[in-house]
Design a binder for this molecule. Structure first.
Ligand code: GLU
Length: 285
């Protein structure tokens, strides 16, 4: 049996809606390129508002949503003259310290308009690798959900140096999903999903709509990270998919470029779904 499906995305509409509706707990990861304007580093407030409206709709249906957000470095980097070069590690950490405050304030203000508070959690890989710290983080997340505050997670860039950092929030989102037994991880970035070939180089490249197993063939489809601030790219998204699928969790890659990005997925917009084995689901539950 083939490990992937390559289809016209329009055929996925009803299935994606049913599958998203049946998720009890979802992790939504927002890429830097979506939340921050590439030139000015300003937070894209109107776009963020549409995302929050989507999330609030999930809440209204009784679903739980945990947000993993990038963007601290992108938002804080306006303090450096950096457009023609990459920031050094200590500059990125400083930018993150400044940007994280703005980022969380933007989320807080948006959710407040809908009557929700937020709780900020900053994590490193060490936190999740250490059982005691992982359990503490997991229990705080459960409590936040219980009291109705929206958990907003980012990597703790100030302490995560090149050696110890996740380096990308894609894998962080998948590890969080594993920690809290989430049903679905949604990675929103500026790509529609996984393509059979680089769509910029070959317009005939087709969107892979479903992956059941990450084979060498699938791995060969991943390109290299391109964005200036994020260290992700398709390679780390596939790593995240592996973590999520091993935990019995579905993962979706979709573009958040347009307004109401979660509604777009529900309505059958372009996306790639990574579907774990049925046994993994059963074992976890
Ligand atoms: N933690 C970084 C930030 O907030 C982003 C890491 C990533 O791009 O995934 O800027």
């Amino acid at each position: 049996m083939s490990s992937l499906l390559v289809q016209q995305h329009s055929t996925a509409a009803p299935a994606s809606r049913i599958r998203l509706l049946s998720a009890r707990r979802l992790i939504v990861k927002i890429g830097s390129a979506l939340i921050a304007d590439a030139e000015t580093g300003e937070i894209r407030g109107p776009w963020l508002e549409t995302l929050i409206e989507d999330v609030v709709r999930f809440f209204a249906r009784g679903q739980q949503v945990i947000i993993v957000t990038s963007g601290a470095v992108a938002v804080g980097s306006t303090h450096f003259n950096h457009l023609d070069r990459c920031l050094r590690v200590e500059e990125k950490q400083t930018a993150a310290a400044i940007g994280q405050v703005r980022l969380i304030r933007a989320y807080e203000q948006s959710f407040e308009r809908h009557g929700f508070g937020v709780g900020q959690i900053l994590l490193t890989r060490q936190d999740l690798d250490n059982q005691h710290r992982r359990l503490n983080a997991g229990s705080t997340l459960q409590q936040l959900l219980k009291v109705g505050a929206v958990p907003i997670i980012n990597e703790n860039d100030t302490t995560a140096t090149a050696e110890i950092c996740f380096g990308d929030n894609d894998r962080l989102a998948a590890r969080v999903a594993q920690m809290v037994n989430a049903d679905v991880v949604i990675l929103l970035s500026n790509v529609d999903g996984l393509f059979s070939e680089d769509p910029h180089a070959n317009p005939a490249a087709r969107l892979v709509t479903e992956v059941r197993c990450i084979t060498p063939e699938i791995e060969a489809m991943a390109g290299h990270p391109l964005a200036r601030y994020s260290s992700g790219g398709m390679v780390t998204k596939l790593m995240a998919a592996r973590i999520a699928m091993d935990a019995g969790c579905e993962m979706i890659i979709a573009s958040g470029n347009k307004s109401y990005p979660l509604a777009a997925i529900e309505n059958g917009g372009p996306s790639t779904w990574f579907v774990p084995l049925a046994q993994a689901h059963a074992g976890r539950r």
